[in-house]
Design a protein around this ligand. Structure first.
Ligand SMILES: [Zn+2]
Ligand SMILES: [Zn+2]
Length: 359
């Protein structure tokens, strides 16, 4: 019978202590659940995660103490039968030998061709990985265009993240169990970093979209209120002039000085006076009746459309996404000139045209 549990050697102890510190560090985070979920398949009492049989003497030997023979005329020549995803599968299926058989047994005369099995087993397990080092190097890069990375760089004041020697770490694993636990942990943490970046960017875009839409509403309301004030004030002026015997036609040709004089004599607040003096140049021009394009408004509409497009384009067909954005543009209450300008800006930025004006 094979032993059901290895004695608590250095590998077991270091792995379990590593886990408990990880647990306490991340115990409130879903990442730990993810890690545990992925580790559920891994039975830490399974002997074959830590040792394998020598193909010659059948002795059970820890993974790190097994060897392969690279001498092509030897019966035990290492010729991979298939790609194994985890080192344990490699040790179970390939020709591996204990040190006694490798150096004093039948391979004695070609022992210069004997190699440690572990680096080969780990390299094979990592073969399916798309360049592990490159992906972790890329992950360390802080992209200032992305909100989460921007925050890390500017608020936490980090110029970059250290590139981690992930492969070196995995090659140094003690056995298949140690390899799998490290690999799963790295994968989960990497996934977390990537997901945080995605979630952060999405959240910021959603907030920006809501904020711009609210600002757009606000500006529209303010403009309408100013217009109403203007109308009621003009009506008041007309009434007062009529009362004092002046006709409406003369009012419309009042010089600005006279009007200012008039405003000073009435009891309106200074803020209203300022607004009253420049009614033809509103700060925002969303619903302006003029045919001119208001650059700020068009840009604001365009940014809002870009945000919307970024949010939805990965989840649907490009035509559907463009239709959605076009509908949004159509629903805007601004002038047609501003909306057309926004559609042009959108096309310049994204290289795709909106369905606007609707055909
Ligand atoms: Zn042996
Ligand atoms: Zn041999």
């Amino acid at each position: 019978m094979f032993p059901q549990r290895m004695p608590c050697g250095s590998s077991t102890c270091s792995s379990s202590s590593g886990n408990s510190s990880l647990s306490s560090m991340y115990q409130d985070l879903p990442i730990m659940e993810l890690f545990e979920l992925e580790m559920n398949d891994l039975d830490d009492t399974a002997w074959d995660l830590r040792c394998a049989k020598c193909k010659e003497c059948n002795e059970l030997v820890p993974h790190r103490l097994l060897f392969i023979c690279q001498y092509h005329r030897c019966d035990g020549f290492y010729e991979p039968k298939k790609d194994h995803e985890v080192p344990a599968e490699f040790y179970k299926n390939e020709n591996v030998f204990c040190s006694k058989c490798a150096f004093t047994g039948s391979h004695k005369h070609h022992n210069e061709d004997i190699e440690e099995a572990h680096p080969v087993a780990v390299a094979m397990a990592l073969k399916g990985e798309e360049n592990l080092t490159a992906s972790f190097t890329q992950m360390a890069f802080l992209n200032h265009e992305e909100p989460v990375d921007f925050f890390i760089a500017n608020e936490i004041d980090l110029t970059g993240l250290p590139v981690l020697p992930i492969e070196k770490c995995l090659f140094g694993s003690l056995d298949s169990y140690d390899f799998q636990i490290k690999k799963t942990n790295f994968d989960v943490l990497k996934k977390t970093v990537e997901q945080c970046r995605i979630d952060g960017a999405k959240y910021v875009k959603e907030c920006a979209e809501k904020s711009l839409a609210a600002y757009h509403e606000l500006a529209k309301d303010v403009e309408e209120i100013i217009k109403e004030h203007q109308i009621s004030k003009n009506a008041e002026k007309i009434r007062e002039r009529k009362d004092s015997g002046t006709t409406e036609s003369t009012i419309s040709f009042q010089s600005e000085n006279e009007e200012s004089q008039f405003l000073e004599n009435t009891s309106i607040s200074p803020a209203e006076t300022v607004v009253d003096k420049q009614p033809e140049q509103p700060f925002f021009n969303f619903s302006s009746a003029s045919n001119e394009v208001d650059e700020t408004t068009a840009k604001m509409i365009c940014s809002n459309l870009n945000l919307r497009y970024d949010l939805i384009r990965d989840d649907m067909l490009i035509e559907a996404a463009l239709q959605d954005v076009s509908d949004k543009l159509h629903a805007y209450s601004g002038s047609i000139e501003n909306k057309l300008a926004a559609a042009r800006m959108f096309k310049e930025k994204n290289n795709v045209a909106l369905y606007y004006p609707p055909q």
